[in-house]
Structure formats: C-alpha cells, structure tokens
Design a protein around this ligand. Structure first.
Ligand code: ADP
Ligand code: MG
Length: 573
C-alpha cells in the first residue's frame, strides 16, 4: 500500500505535465487515520470531476456501533455524514484553482428527504465516503502545488470532520438517527392499525416556495391540528407518544375553498412515502409507502395498458383493453396512470383536482341527461373509486373543491378551512339525503382483474454513438437511455437526481437480467427491490460511484412506462 508521502511525491513529479499524468495517481494511499482512494481520474479539467473515496474501519471512527447495526441507522447516519461533508467542504474548500472545475470538492447529499444513497456507506465493518475532486490544471497542465493544497490541507480537514466521531456534533447525529427510527416505528404502526396516512398535530406542511422545499418560516405557518374524530395516538420509541390525524384505508375527500391549504396537505402526503429531516415540519407525516400520486399527463406515451374500466367505446372502435398511444389525452393519461399504479401494487392513490382532467373525475347529472352513456367513452373515477378500494385494495385521497358528486362515494370527508382540517362526514351524510346528486351510476362492466404486462427486452437499447451503454440523467426529471429521452417532469414522487440516475441504471439491469426471461413489469420491480435490499445501490453501476439514491419501484416503473420504445408482450390475468 502506498502512503500519503508517496502521493505527495508523485504529485510533485508530475507538476506542469499534461493532464493525463494525473491518471498515474489512481489507486489507494494510506493516510494516518484513513485510506484515500483515487478511483477514477477525469479526462480533462472540464470533464466531470474525478471520483475519490476515503475509508476507515467503523471501530476506528469511534462511531457508536449501534448506528451501523440497523438499516435505519445506516441510512440516517450515512445521510448525516454526507451533509456534514458538504458543510465541511463549504468551510474548507477555496474552490476555483485554475481551469474549468479545478479546485472543486463535492459530495451528493439530498434535500429535505433522507434517502438511501451511496455517497456515504456505513456498515458494521467500515465507513466509506465517496466524493468528487476537480483536479487542478492551468489549461491542460497539472498544477501540482494546488493539488497538494487540496489533498493535504483541505481534504484532511474535511475528512477529519466527517470520519472521526470525536469531531462530529454527536447530539445532532443522534437526533437524526432517532428521528429516522421513530419514523420507521410509526410506519409499522400505520400498517398494524390499517391506516394509510398519518399527519401529526403540530406538523408544518407549507413550504417556503415552489422551488424551496424547506418549511415556511416564522409565524406565517399554521401548524396542523387533527380533527378530534380522526385523532389517534401512536408511539415513538425515542420521542414518546404522538397524536395526529390517522386516515384508515378508504375513500377520503379533502374539500374546502380555494387557497385554504388542500393541495399543500396532499403534497405533504405525497412526500410522506419518504423520511424527512428533523425540523422539516413533515417528519411526522407518514404515508403508506405504496402511495402513488395520480394526475393527468397529456402527451405521455402509453403502451398496451388496459384502460377499459375508464375508457371504452372509442370512436373508430379502438380497443382500450391494450391501449397504446404516443400522445395521450388528459383523461387517457390519468386512466393509464391509475391502472399502471395498480399493476405495480399501489395501496393508496393521491389525486388533486388541480392536476386532473375534469371529465375524468366526474360527469354530472345534467351532462348525463344530455349526452347518453352510449356516446361517452369515459367512465369517470367517481363511478370506480369504490371498486378501486373493494376489488383492488387501493384507497383514494381526493382533493376537490368543485364537485359534490363524490360525497356518495366517500368514507371520510375533511374540510380545510384556513389551513385547519374539520371532519365533515356527518354533515355530508345529511346533505346527501337533503340534496341527492341525481347522478346515475354509469359503470357498464365491473372493474375486473388487470393484465400483467411483460416488457419485451428488445424495447431497451442502451447504445448511443460508439458506446454500447450510454445512460445518464439531467436534473431530477430527464433520463437519457441510449438514444431515448425519458421525460419524468410529471412523475412527482421522483424527488432527487440521484434517484433519477439510479432509475436509468435500474432499467438497464432489468433489461439485461430480468425482462429477457419473460417476466412481468410488476415482478421485475419486486426483483429489483430485492436486489437493492440485498446488495445496495452499487449493484446498479459497474463503477464505484457515489451519486445514486434509491428510487421506489413505482418511479422505476413510471420511467419504463413512459419510454417511447417500450413494447409489451402477451399479457395474462
Ligand atoms: P388550495 O389547494 O386549497 O387552493 P394551497 O394548498 O395551494 O390551497 O395553499 C394556498 C397557499 O396557502 C399556499 O401559498 C400555501 O403555501 C399556503 N399554506 C398552505 N397551508 C398553510 C399553512 N398550514 N399555514 C400557512 N400557509 C399555508
Ligand atoms: Mg389546490
């Protein structure tokens, strides 16, 4: 094993030489407290920065062994240390030290959610941190003196503040791990009690802005307070009991005037499939992990989806039991989004009128009288929402300010008034008696079994130009898979660019190892999740990278479903 002094001398030897000389530094070096590894050197100062990692035995780090002992501890402590690295880097790194990205030292860490990622990997044996370094150059000449400052002054200070427990803010670390463990415990209680969602009293749901996911600051935010009829009490192993609104499996409406906080509540529920940082305001908002946001998404591609429960009798006799289109309408896209979610095992559908196709949600009594069912292909959701629950086990939480026709289908009705929820189920029951909707139920046939689609392996071609595999991501919402661009702009529960990258690679893994066996999409996503449980995110990449975060199976499936090259094979019930 080469030592840090070997690295220093090697650096000095290449000073002023061409950039490629940095390649010779790849490999491992022992530093006094840890090992530094130069995993991959960038091609030039403008390319993506070089990949580095540092590793220490967990015992030598001084971290309490209990953090590495549980999955929750590993994820939460790993997340904490990644953020800590970013914080230390901001303090220590001078930054620009020459051409292009020279001088940068960076790590991937998330936003307000705490996700499993591979920038920090904690196990009972070792703690590894993966980061990027912009190796410095003047034009294309090695700046060894600058590199020496980065690797022997800045980096050791950063790493000392991340890898050594003695230098960590221990109370903050503990709080983050315990919050995560408490969130897991609450999730288990949701399942035991048949709840699909929980929003704690005191939760702060509104965000600073549409582009700033931190909590709305100051006295402006009205904390959540459960209506007494829905209040329940759950136990947190660390922080003690907690009360809040528990929603059982069922069909639930959130009503209220415009600007009273309906969409804000629904968005918090969408994000409740993930864990949040302590102090986020939503750390005690927990939704069934199998909850899917459903919205209209016109223009998306659909391949072989049975949307006949919602859309039938299309003009020109088009079959909707295996419906394909490169350019879906609002209602067909929303129907496909529901059917695909069910196919992947969704247990809760989250729907906001603001982002729905209105003709998909309801057809009122007057419209039913004017346009007979035989002339209307759409069976609106209002006529299917109970079947979704009773036949397919999927609950719905629907935000609506506009249509009272859903009253008849609802188990619970909640009104948001000035950001405070009120239970209205009793009042609504009276109203149903006093003012019947006059609608005729119009589902022609029962909402039957769903076919299981089998993606053809030939749909997935990762080649681009001279590269046999070229898969990358831009931001959170675009994957480039071979020559295909997958648009995920309206897949709202994909929240981190690390998840997006991982999704692109996960599709490739499925395309190589699972779909060629003729497996279904649903089984493929289960298989993928098992692979990730067993082997971690590193199974996705042939290289040692630190820029992946774990996506849910639903988002991987959503990306596959939106691929324009997707073709699906024979389906069976
Ligand atoms: P709706 O969907 O009922 O029309 P929104 O959820 O869009 O209303 O909320 C309207 C505005 O009120 C948003 O700017 C949102 O940030 C803010 N808001 C939502 N909930 C709260 C709250 N609990 N406290 C303070 N402001 C809130
Ligand atoms: Mg709204």
């Amino acid at each position: 094993m080469r030592t840090s002094q070997d690295l220093r001398q090697a650096l000095r030897r290449i000073d002023g030489r061409g950039y490629k000389a940095y390649k010779g530094l790849q490999g491992e070096y022992s530093f006094p407290r840890y090992r530094l590894s130069i995993d991959h050197v960038q091609g030039d100062p403008f390319a993506a920065p070089s990949r580095f990692s540092a590793r220490i035995a967990t015992a030598d780090s001084g971290l309490p062994p209990r953090y590495a002992a549980t999955r929750s501890g590993r994820i939460a402590a790993g997340d904490f240390l990644a953020r800590r690295f970013a914080h230390q880097a901001a303090l220590q790194v001078r930054g620009s030290r020459g051409t292009g990205g020279s001088g940068r030292i960076e790590i991937e860490c998330g936003g307000q959610q705490v996700l499993e990622r591979n920038s920090v990997l904690l196990t009972p044996e070792s703690l590894e941190v993966r980061f990027k370094v912009g190796l410095p150059a003047a034009g294309r000449r090695v700046l060894a003196r600058q590199a020496e400052e980065m690797l022997f002054e800045e980096l050791p200070l950063i790493l000392a503040g991340v890898l050594l427990f003695e230098n960590l803010p221990a109370a903050d670390l503990r709080r983050q791990v315990e919050t995560h463990e408490d969130q897991q415990a609450l999730r288990r209680q949701l399942a035991e009690r048949g709840l699909v969602a929980f929003v704690a009293d005191g939760a702060v749901l509104p965000r600073r802005s549409g582009v700033d996911d931190r909590p709305l600051a100051g006295d402006d935010a009205v904390p959540f307070a459960s209506p007494p009829q829905l209040r329940c009490r759950l136990e947190r192993p660390h922080a003690g009991p907690l009360e809040g609104m528990g929603l059982p499996a069922g069909v639930h409406l959130i009503l209220g005037g415009g600007f009273h906080g309906k969409s804000t509540l629904l968005r918090a529920l969408e994000r409740g499939v993930y864990e949040h940082l302590p102090g986020d305001g939503r750390e005690w908002v927990l939704t069934d992990r199998n909850a899917c946001k459903i919205r209209a998404e016109d223009g998306r591609s659909i391949q072989g989806v049975d949307i006949s429960a919602f859309i039938d009798n299309l003009p020109l006799g088009r079959d909707t039991r295996a419906f394909s289109t490169p350019n879906a309408s609002g209602s067909t896209s929303q129907a496909a989004n529901i059917v695909e979610a069910l196919e992947m095992g969704a247990r809760l559908l989250l729907i906001d009128e603001d982002t729905s196709a209105s003709n998909f949600l309801v057809r009122d009594a007057r419209m039913q009288r004017l346009i007979s069912k035989s002339q209307e292909p759409i069976t609106p959701l209002v006529d299917r929402v109970r079947e979704l629950l009773e036949r397919h086990g999927a609950s719905t939480i629907l935000v609506t300010g506009g249509s009272g026709d859903y009253f008849d289908a609802a188990d619970r009705v909640i009104q948001m008034a000035a950001y405070r929820p009120r239970e209205m189920t009793g009042r609504v029951a009276e109203l149903i008696r006093e003012h019947p909707s006059g609608r005729l139920p119009e589902a022609p046939l029962p909402f039957g079994e769903l076919p299981r689609r089998k993606p053809l392996a030939s749909s997935f071609d990762a080649r681009r130009g001279k590269r046999a595999v070229k898969i990358d991501a831009r931001g959170c919402h675009t994957i480039f898979y071979g020559r295909e661009t997958i648009d995920l702009a309206l897949v709202e529960q994909l929240i981190d660019r690390g998840q997006t990258r991982a999704t692109g690679l996960a599709i490739h893994l499925l395309a190589r190892e699972f779909f060629p066996r003729g497996g279904s999409l649903a089984d493929g996503l289960k298989w993928l999740d098992e692979q990730l449980d067993r082997n971690g995110l590193d199974v996705l990449s042939p290289f040692k990278v630190g820029n992946l975060a774990r996506p849910r199976p639903f988002e991987v499936g959503a990306a596959i479903n939106r691929m324009r090259a997707l073709r699906v094979g024979a389906t069976a019930g």
